[in-house]
Design a protein around this ligand. Structure first.
Ligand SMILES: [Zn+2]
Length: 281
């Protein structure tokens, strides 16, 4: 046990500062997006079966909506630049910029060196949830994705329908890859509809039954051409356990909506990051 210094209280009383103030982040024009969405028509849909994943694609300038349709269900979302899969969703940087959970107006940022918005959250039917008495919030970028390796580490299991494996199969099918080639493309997710936080006492990652109900949805504007994959987590509503077939699981729906021509006047896809990449040499 470490020795408590005399000025411990003083040191603890120092107020925190926000690591990345967002005032200078390029802000999305939500008014423009929502006006464009009002006149948009549905052009595609994918049903994600329980304990499986589906790939989907969304051209830049269109919207995609993830909906609960049959019962409370959490979804694990991966996104890639459709033309260059090395550019993919960067949950850690998204968390550093926007916080542990995402809602309307937040953006899903891509990996280095592009570091640009891939998608913007336009509508969140669970925005009302806010923060509960346990510190739980919805749609986190703190969990990684359930995976068979951690299951094996903790319980010695060989379970094949964790989100990691579901996403791996979806990428393999979408791009005609072997599982070995597809797996490295799978990355840390946006946990759609998942209700999570950290315990105050031990700082451990917790989950609790999602407040999502059929009809609830999270809708995004695609800032660049996207390949997506969504897994209907074997944890179901994640109120009890995951990484097994024990929880009740339900399908999720992905729908794509195309705005009318000219509805996005003035919008252009975001440019790749402007850092010159000389790294001091
Ligand atoms: Zn999962």
């Amino acid at each position: 046990m470490s020795k408590i210094p005399e000025d411990a209280a003083e040191r603890r009383a120092i107020a925190p500062v926000i690591c990345y103030p967002v005032e200078t982040l390029p802000a999305p024009d939500l008014g423009l997006y929502r006006a464009a969405r009002a006149g948009a028509r549905k052009v595609a849909e994918w049903r994600v079966p329980p304990r499986e994943a589906s790939d989907f694609s969304v051209p830049a300038g269109q919207f995609f909506r993830i909906s609960s349709i049959e019962g409370p269900q959490v979804g694990d979302l991966n996104l890639w630049n459709a033309d260059d899969m090395t550019e993919r969703f960067y949950s850690g940087k998204t968390r550093a910029l926007h916080g542990t959970h995402l809602t309307e107006g937040h953006r899903l940022w891509s990996s280095f060196p592009a570091l640009r918005p891939m998608a913007t959250v336009v509508t969140d039917s669970l925005a009302w949830y806010g923060v509960d008495a346990f510190g739980g919030r919805v749609h986190d970028v703190i969990g990684t994705r359930c995976d068979p390796y951690t299951g094996n580490l903790l319980s010695g299991t060989q379970y094949h329908h964790c989100c990691h494996s579901n996403l791996t199969r979806a990428v393999a099918d979408a791009r005609g890859m072997t599982l070995e080639d597809a797996e490295p493309h799978v990355h840390d997710v946006l946990n759609v509809f998942m209700c999570t936080g950290f315990t105050r006492d031990t700082g451990q990652y917790f989950m609790k039954a999602s407040p999502v109900r059929p009809g609830d949805h999270l809708e995004f504007f695609a800032e660049i051409d996207l390949l997506g994959a969504l897994s209907a987590c074997p944890g179901g509503d994640c109120g009890d356990r995951h990484s097994s077939d024990a929880a009740a699981c339900h399908a999720l729906l992905v729908e794509v909506f195309a705005p009318e021509d000219g509805a996005l006047q003035g919008w252009v896809p975001p440019a790749r990051n402007g850092y010159d990449r000389s790294h001091g040499r």
